[in-house]
Structure formats: C-alpha cells, structure tokens
Ligand binder design. Sequence first.
Ligand SMILES: [Zn+2]
Length: 153
Amino acid sequence: MDSHRIALGGPMILGGIQLDVDMHFVGHSDADVLLHAITDAILSAAGLPDIGQLFPNTSAENCGRDSADMLAIGMAAVREGGWSIVNLDCVVQLEHPKLSPHKDQMKKRIAEILQIEPDQISIKGKTGEGVGEIGRGELGEATCVVLLLGTRN
Ligand SMILES: [Zn+2]
C-alpha cells in the first residue's frame, strides 16, 4: 500500500497517466500512489528490498522521478529473480476525481510498463464517503495485491 497527501494545482499523475484536474499528489518523486503500491507489491512478493530501499527519498536522483521508471526497474528485478506476474488487484481510495473514466487507460499504461496484458490488471476506485482524510480530499491511498508465478523450475 501507499499513500500521498493531496495539494492544489494540477496535473495529477496516477496509474502512469496524467489527469487534467486542479490537484496533485505531494511527494519526492512524481508521487504516483498507484504505481508505488504496485512496485512495492511485486518487490515484496518476490522477496526483494522495498521501494524505499531501492529508491531512497533522500537521494537527489529520485527527486521528481517518473514512477513508471521505478516500476520498470522493479519489474526487471522481479523477472531476474525468476518470477512472472499472474495478476494484479488494485484499489485506489480517492475522493476526487472519479477513477472510472480513466481505468482503461491506466491499465493499458501499467501493462505496457510491466510487459503484461491489460486483462491481468484490475483497478477499483473507492471514495472515503466524505469522512476522514480521504473523504476530505486530503489524502489518496492505493493498495495492490499481486500473484507471482515462479518460473525457475
Ligand atoms: Zn509513494
């Protein structure tokens, strides 16, 4: 899982695409909360160091970094370790904007980065029902569960 604060001023980078809205996620990299959750899920399932260890937020080269780049590097390490992705199940908790009009484009982009098919990826959007940090539009969260298949034997 991953979370980032939301601040005024667009665009928002989410799921590897740019959303034309007047808010953005705050972070050291481009703060793509969904790609970060996916990167950590695949690294963790393959028993590799987490995203914070691979791409420290204290390092200048990771400042404003494209999260697609980090996900591609993470996937290469997973593949190197002898694993392939069966499927990804993702939930994004965000009050605004609605995810549904953008889901297909996100799946296509994530599939491209991971070199898998879009139908291996599921993305669900949920709101905070107006309650808490998510409901007030102050925070966005993403959770990802991945199934890996060992290809070593
Ligand atoms: Zn993050």
